[in-house]
Design a protein around this ligand. Structure first.
Ligand code: WT7
Length: 681
């Protein structure tokens, strides 16, 4: 078990009722009346998934051809499928049907980096833009089953691009715009994308991001990519455009006006790939299918957040991650609900930004990662009261555990004690919420993600015996016993890796990778990852990938990366490296240019990770050591490093399996001088 983020005493609380205000602004009952109705629906969803999800799928999605069977396959065989033989189109479901019914209704409320550039895109306008871009892609030969990479910041055009790809029955692979050129290339090549959609430059926090330049660098020599569509975001002069490969979005779209009919696809045809990090190897292209994913997105948005037609949802996440896919795009748009698309940061131009957005657009729902709230709590709390945020009904939390303290702070300072807090536990692979309260119906407890969503047969397993833990007041790893509609179906081009990672660890179950407890009321408390995955500011990072980036450096012989608890970012990355024999000495005597001191080597290594993966993966500190602690079989004992970096060298535990225990004292002193001493400064 990892260090527990939530203290167990927190579990001894009585579940809270929703505040009265919640029902004033949204008359009772919401979509689900109370806990009893939740229980009844949940029970049916587990005992009779076909009877539950069949009618739900018919009610919430438009089908070009009805499905003939609700569910098939098994977790044992890794061949789960939903809504068999049905046909539909995600773009039609998210755009056309709402545009036909209500063309002037806002779809995307765009908050630009610079607030004077804000704009609103209605469903009618969205349909026009999606049709045009789909027309461009079609003219380039993009068709059903092709993969298209999208490397764009959090702007409306990212949503337009994704929906345009989906309109043709093609598969989008969004690459977070914070990824480096090398990471972009790795993902484009793995997914076999012949077309990339990007922009000239991005704007974030008043700074310019050279997006197209990064694309050019990443794709130099990648012949696979034959066409790049470039949206003009800043219009700066001198953006290099390669003739025959690079085309301007506005010029090409102008050639493809008019309605382009969507291409219906099979329920199980992939809608998108999204790369995510695991504990080993290269990033995995998680595959989500059209019908099941879209239904999961729509149902969780509707029932967990208790969304109604006139609501305005502000998901403060990026479309480069799953939160943006599901709760900024597919969930709200499938329901015809307005979604706020936020390009900037909570600190720009000042810490009042989130609250101004909520006031300006009368947002009813705000959905954010605890890390952003920790930042606001520390430096921007005074800003909140300056704005009228009384339109808010639901405050969501996502990506990492929220501590009971922060939960209370969120409830009081942001929600004015008038909102329901929805702590939502889920993953890239789950597609939509796994464990989350239905706002207004399920009582909440600070620090608990509460209860499973419809169709999620959640359970805890004893990691030692592999047995399922029955009853309440138990602690184990979180797993799911049956497939659910929005479960990832595969890893792109590597189905066996999908089975190995998620289905093999506990046969018959889907393994989440998280440790969790279930309290006396059956509420779940997520403890954090049990594998070598670090969660920094709600971003999933693989220690193995960061280690691989570090050993790319000339001087590094071996590296080991651990996550430690961090006040601001939840977890922080600490990297340990041992150097090649004589590296510092050789370079110190090699003359001015190559003169490397330990300090600038550490800086170089941080830059190395930023360059190989992206700035968000930067280690908080790099510690140069003589040797890494290893078992007799040569396995690095990260537990020892984690304890030392957490300033808990007095609790190292059993070290009898270490082959080189004598290196530990020097690691302790290296951490003391290179990391802890700096922290104190
Ligand atoms: C991992 C998934 C879900 C979208 C953003 C992250 C952790 C997520 C919670 C929560 C405690 C959480 C888990 C999970 N996690 N939400 N509410 N409480 N932990 O998606 O990058 O796929 O990461 O994030 O450890 O496995 P992701």
């Amino acid at each position: 078990m990892p260090e527990h983020t939530v203290v167990h005493e927190a579990q001894n609380v009585v579940a809270r009722e929703p505040p009265h205000h919640f029902f004033k602004s949204q008359p009772r009952p919401g979509h689900v009346k109370d806990a009893e109705q939740y229980m009844k629906m949940y029970k049916q969803s587990i005992e009779d998934p076909s009877g539950f999800f069949g009618p739900m799928a018919r009610e919430h999605l438009h089908w070009d051809r009805p499905f003939t069977q609700v569910r098939a396959g098994s977790l044992q065989h890794g061949d789960s499928a939903w809504f068999l033989n049905g046909e539909l189109n995600a773009s039609y479901n998210c755009v056309d049907r709402h545009a036909f019914a209500n063309p002037s209704k806002p779809a995307l409320i765009c908050e630009a980096d610079d607030e004077s550039e804000n704009r609103v895109i209605t469903f009618g306008e969205l349909l026009r833009q999606v049709s045009e871009v789909a027309g461009v892609l079609k003219s380039w030969g993009v068709k059903k089953g092709d993969t298209v990479a999208v490397y764009l910041p959090m702007i409306a055009e990212a949503v337009v691009a994704m929906l345009a790809v989906a309109r043709l029955g093609a598969i989008h692979s969004v690459i977070f715009a914070g990824f480096s050129a090398g990471s972009l290339k790795e993902r484009v090549v793995d997914a076999g994308c012949k077309v990339v959609i990007t922009c000239d430059e991005g704007r974030r926090g008043g700074k310019t991001v050279h997006t197209k330049k990064i694309v050019d660098e990443g794709l130099a020599g990648v012949d696979l990519v034959s066409k790049i569509l470039v949206y003009q975001r800043t219009g700066s002069a001198g953006i290099p455009m390669k003739p025959g490969r690079d085309y301007w979005w506005h010029e090409e779209s102008a050639k493809h006006g008019g309605y382009l009919p969507p291409t219906p696809v099979n329920s199980e045809d992939p809608l998108f790939l999204l790369y995510t990090s695991g504990s080993t190897g290269s990033p995995k292209g998680v595959v989500h299918t059209t019908a099941g994913y879209l239904l999961g997105a729509a149902l969780t948005t509707k029932y967990v957040f208790d969304i109604h037609p006139e609501d305005v949802l502000f998901t403060a996440g990026d479309v480069g991650w799953i939160t943006g896919h599901t709760y900024a795009l597919y969930g709200p748009l499938a329901l015809g609900t307005a979604s706020i698309i936020f390009e900037s940061t909570p600190a720009y131009p000042d810490y009042g930004r989130y609250w101004r957005i909520i006031e300006r657009h009368k947002a009813t729902h705000f959905y954010v990662a605890p890390t952003a709230m920790r930042l606001i709590k520390r430096v921007g709390e005074a800003e909140i009261a300056k704005y009228d945020t009384s339109s808010l009904r639901v405050l969501g939390s996502v990506g990492e555990p929220i501590s009971p303290d922060l939960w209370e702070w969120y409830h009081e300072k942001v929600g004015n004690k008038n909102c329901v807090i929805c702590d939502t536990m889920w993953q890239t692979e789950s597609g939509s919420h796994l464990i989350a309260p239905l706002a207004g119906a399920v009582n909440t407890k600070p620090g608990s993600a509460t209860v499973p969503f419809f169709g999620i047969n959640a359970c805890l397993i004893d990691p030692v015996s592999g047995e399922e833990l029955k009853g309440n007041d138990v602690e184990g790893v979180l797993a799911v016993k049956d497939s659910w509609p929005s479960m990832a179906r595969s890893v792109w081009n590597n189905h066996s890796r999908y089975i190995e990672t998620y289905l093999k660890p506990y046969p018959g179950y889907y393994f989440t990778g998280d440790g969790a407890g279930r309290d006396h009321d059956g509420y779940y408390w997520i403890r954090g990852r049990v594998d070598d995955v670090v969660n920094v500011s709600g971003h999933r990072l693989s220690t193995a990938e960061i280690e691989a980036a570090l050993v790319e450096h000339d001087g590094v012989s071996e590296s080991a990366v651990v996550g430690i608890t961090d006040e601001l970012t939840g977890q922080a990355v600490i990297a340990f490296v041992s150097l090649k024999d004589g590296y510092l000495q050789d370079n110190a005597s090699a003359g001015d240019v190559a003169h490397i001191t330990p300090d600038n080597l550490r800086r170089e290594l941080i830059l190395q990770v930023r360059g190989e993966i992206g700035p968000f993966a930067s280690p908080k500190s790099v510690v140069v050591v003589n040797d890494l602690p290893k078992t007799r079989s040569g396995k690095i004992m990260r537990r020892v490093l984690r304890k030392v970096a957490s300033n808990e060298a007095d609790q190292l535990g059993d070290m009898s399996t270490l082959a080189n225990a004598d290196c530990v004292p020097s690691i302790i002193s290296a951490v003391e001088t290179q990391f802890l001493a700096q922290k104190k400064k």
